[in-house]
Design a protein around this ligand. Structure first.
Ligand SMILES: [Zn+2]
Length: 266
């Protein structure tokens, strides 16, 4: 063998000893933002599968039989666990599984509002829970997971501090579907909701909202890609305002939260 090649071979073998192989983990998550949390903690050695298809509502989505069997084969199944996946029969199917991670464990719910992940402070707790689960299934890589957790939590905290400043002048927002209560709580904003109790708004409710918005000088109606935009458009027309779409389910969590704050700030 050529001596140059030999050198590389020796180097390669040495590297194998320095960095023991990490076998890749298959992790299934219900909602897209959980994928960023799992990748942030698990690093490049995780394969993440998201159950909720783009455009589907987590309030009503039922996983397919194929997805359920994929979830049962996974090393870890991460759910928001706040009540948003109650429609998903996988929660019943995996209730006793050791691999099931309830990411919202330890988060104080506001009433029974399930949209826990839309607070950067709650996200930090979710990342803690996910890290604990990784350490449990793969204790020899504890340090790596904990370092990953800490650096992601640092990003969350720095964005949180940024938003506290940025949003300090915002008093209230008008949203079609009330997904942003935890976000609003963090920054002292009042969330006005058009669709109450998960039901389509009645004509009386729409009229009432138009009146409130006119009185309060609200000019933006926030809605989501998963919702029927026509109600928001109707209200925006009546108040001489505009519709802005914000996504509670984007997979690029931190980037999305920054963008949402940007449009809320106006
Ligand atoms: Zn929702």
């Amino acid at each position: 063998m050529h001596s140059e090649c030999m050198k590389y071979l020796v180097l390669l073998i040495a590297l194998l000893f320095i960095y023991p192989a990490v076998d890749s983990k298959d992790v299934v998550v219900t909602l897209p933002p959980l994928a960023e949390f799992v990748r942030a903690v698990g690093g490049s050695s995780v394969n993440v599968t998201i159950l909720l298809p783009p455009g589907a509502s987590p309030h009503t989505y039922e996983p397919t039989p194929g997805q359920l069997s994929k979830a049962s084969d996974a090393d870890m199944l991460v759910v928001v666990g706040s009540g948003i996946e109650t429609e998903m029969q996988l929660l019943k199917a995996f209730k006793n599984s050791k691999a099931l991670v309830n990411a919202s464990e330890g988060i104080d719910l506001i009433g029974n509002d399930p949209h826990t992940w839309l607070s950067l402070r709650n996200a930090a707790i979710m990342v803690d829970n996910i890290c604990k689960a990784f350490v449990e299934i793969d204790p020899q890589n504890r340090t790596r997971y904990e370092q990953n957790r800490d650096s992601y939590k640092k990003e969350l905290a720095s964005l949180d501090a940024e938003l506290s400043e940025e949003l300090s002048g915002v008093k209230q927002i008008l949203v079609f579907h009330g997904a942003w209560e935890y976000f609003c709580r963090d920054y002292g904003i009042e969330q006005l909701t058009i669709k109450e109790g998960g039901k389509e708004p009645t004509p009386a409710r729409i009229e009432e909202v138009i009146e409130i918005a006119k009185r309060e000088g609200i000019k933006i109606v926030f809605t989501e890609p998963q919702e029927d935009i026509r109600y928001a458009e109707l209200i925006a027309r009546e108040i001489g305002g505009k519709v802005v779409v914000i996504d509670p389910l984007a997979e690029e969590y931190i980037e999305n939260m920054r963008n949402v704050a940007e449009v809320i700030k106006g």
